[in-house]
Design a protein around this ligand. Structure first.
Ligand SMILES: NC(=O)c1ccc[n+]([C@@H]2O[C@H](COP(=O)([O-])OP(=O)(O)OC[C@H]3O[C@@H](n4cnc5c(N)ncnc54)[C@H](OP(=O)(O)O)[C@@H]3O)[C@@H](O)[C@H]2O)c1
Length: 315
């Protein structure tokens, strides 16, 4: 495992990190086994959130991380009343502090390494979060030593061009951002990532496999082709060859689609690529992507030529 600098935090984080977002409620022992497989493979950075499975993910993560105080945990407070783009902003400093205290209790830590405002989904609600006392509450927690570093994550399904991050990063207020980069949504590569370098902000990539669902996602050739069909239906890609060709992804061979997708992310100037899985076997499979130079220039160029103009996330 290789480690990269997480921006101004100066933390050294594993280039592949683990997304502890699902599975704790249904099968806590499999969840804990996957966390242990991550640590055994050299992963030292785990993302979670207070509202993943109503706190069950944090709770099981706290159990899994007993005796692993050196693992860096990033968690989040969501200031909305739902997951979608239409949810209302309900953030308040009191709720943020209460959520952070609950996270500390569930994670069995006396300090959170990183606390993010979760899925900030519009410039308007970003401004509210920064000015209604929520951001000040985060900085107070940092001053009190309850949190080491602060930042936000975006909601790329409604903000595929990263308007929130483009507004937030130059303010200098954030240590870390979590954002979507994958070969179907490359919009951050020449916009947000250089901004992060300029402002020395750590970049944690989410959804590297385009948040794979049952039949769509960057996890197999049929699922990736289904993703392409959905992009055509949404008007982001033309309904013509090569997008309609069942052999569209042949050029990625000998890599599998998930391996190529992770290699695409790791080839970018990001601090860490956070991938979610409920299976220790898949986690170990994903480690094959940790292999510089990750993806060669001809395949990177082909992915940019095919998908570099897509401006919205479709799952
Ligand atoms: N706004 C936000 O702050 C936000 C939003 C989304 C995600 N996140 C964070 O980012 C992390 C990563 O994103 P994500 O989990 O949503 O999306 P993702 O990593 O793109 O995709 C995860 C999905 O891919 C499957 N998968 C993983 N490795 C695979 C492999 N080698 N072969 C086949 N399938 C594989 C997993 O299935 P199985 O579980 O069945 O293995 C899971 O359904 C999350 O875990 C979460 O911590 C944050």
């Amino acid at each position: 495992m290789l480690y990269r600098r997480l921006g101004r935090t100066e933390l050294q984080v594993s280039e592949l990190s683990y997304g502890a977002a699902r599975g704790a409620a249904a099968d806590p022992s499999a969840f804990i086994a996957t966390v242990h497989a991550a640590i055994d493979s050299g992963i030292n950075f785990i993302d979670t959130a207070a509202d993943y499975e109503q706190g069950d993910c944090e709770h099981s993560l706290g159990e899994a991380l007993r005796g692993h105080d050196d693992v860096i945990i990033q968690t989040k407070y969501q200031p909305y009343d739902g997951w979608g783009g239409e949810a209302s902003y309900t953030g308040s400093p009191d709720k943020l502090v209460a959520s952070a205290e609950e996270s500390l209790r569930r994670l069995r830590r006396d300090r959170l390494d990183i606390l993010l405002g979760h899925a900030i989904r519009s410039p308007e609600t970003l401004d509210r979060f920064m000015n209604d006392g929520c951001y000040d509450a985060m900085t107070r927690l940092r001053e009190q030593g309850k949190v080491r570093f602060i930042g936000i994550s975006e909601l790329s399904t409604v903000d595929g061009t990263h308007d929130v991050l483009k507004r937030a990063i130059p303010s200098g207020a954030l240590d870390v951002v979590m954002l979507t980069v994958n070969f179907l949504l490359q919009t951050a590569v020449n916009s947000v990532l250089p901004l992060c370098v300029r402002h020395d902000v750590g970049t944690v990539v989410m959804m590297p496999l385009n948040q794979a669902q049952n039949d769509s996602g960057l996890v197999s050739v049929p699922a990736a082709l289904e993703c392409v069909r959905r992009h055509i239906a949404a008007g982001y890609l033309p309904n013509e060859a090569p997008y309609t060709d069942p052999h569209l992804f042949d050029f990625l061979k000998p890599y599998t689609v998930p391996a190529a997708a992770l290699r695409f992310v790791l080839a970018q100037n990001v601090s860490s690529c956070c991938v979610g899985t409920r299976s220790p076997e898949r986690l170990r499979e994903n480690l094959c992507a940790v292999d510089p130079p990750y993806l060669d220039r001809p395949r990177l160029d082909k992915l940019r030529e095919l998908f570099g103009k897509i401006r919205g996330q479709v799952r």
